[in-house]
Design a protein around this ligand. Structure first.
Ligand code: SAM
Length: 212
């Protein structure tokens, strides 16, 4: 995403009622943000937000939190939400490294990771959102029966992610190296922006679902 310098995006985000600004203060109290007891699902690195917005629209009894590091990308998601005004969707601009300072133990029902940045250099492996370091953070916030769903077209990143599952104490529930050819796992699939782009180029999409 090369949208990092759209003028005024930080100011726009600071004024948005769809963005939770003091997010660490909400830890343990996210139900109050939504005003109900519905489960809370989080997408990390949501980009321009197409996936989470489609999910939120189709699942009004579930609450969604979209996390994105860069203001200029988040701005696009906010602009879409201003048109739709979905009551079950909010955003946070933050680095996912802070996720276990943001949600309390068991507060999150499900985590979505879609087309995460690959960080190809070995020395950056711990920055990958599927690394054991991140799985440990997710372990702190996810309900005991909660799951993580991960999609990517990057085979090297997917292979790395698969190797991290067991050493981190998780188990592989589902796995495919070609989601769109797998009628069972693809049923109800909601496309992301990157998924649409890369699958249209002929790249197979890998997906796993993991739990503890
Ligand atoms: N998930 C979207 C999709 O599938 O279309 C966007 C994919 S894009 C390749 C990855 C996104 O994750 C970028 O918008 C990037 O800024 C965000 N991101 C990467 N690392 C992050 C982190 N540590 N915390 C929050 N967002 C992050």
């Amino acid at each position: 995403m090369r949208l990092r310098n759209v003028t005024g995006s930080r100011e726009y985000i600071a004024d948005s009622r769809y963005v939770i600004h003091e997010y660490k203060e909400k830890k343990g109290n996210w139900k109050e943000v939504f005003g109900n007891e519905n489960p809370i699902r989080v997408e990390i690195g949501m980009g321009k937000g197409r996936f989470i917005m489609d999910l939120a629209e189709a699942n009004p009894d579930v609450n969604f939190v979209g996390i994105e590091k860069y203001s200029t990308v988040l701005l696009r998601a906010i602009q879409k939400q201003e048109e739709k005004e979905l009551p079950n969707l909010v955003f946070i601009r933050m680095d996912a490294e802070e996720i276990d300072e943001t949600f309390a133990s068991g507060e999150v029902d499900r985590i979505y990771l879609n087309f995460s940045d690959p960080w190809p250099k070995d020395r950056h492996a711990k920055r990958r959102l599927e690394s054991r370091q991140f799985l440990e953070r997710y372990d702190h916030i996810l309900r005991k029966d909660g799951i993580i769903e991960f999609k990517t077209d990057n085979r090297a990143l997917f292979d790395f992610a698969l190797e991290e599952v067991e050493p981190a104490g998780w188990k592989l529930d589902e796995c495919t190296f070609d989601l769109h050819a797998d009628s069972r796992l693809c049923e109800g699939n909601v496309m992301t922006e990157y998924e649409e782009k890369f699958s249209s180029l002929g790249n197979p999409i890998c997906k796993y679902i993991i739990s503890r």
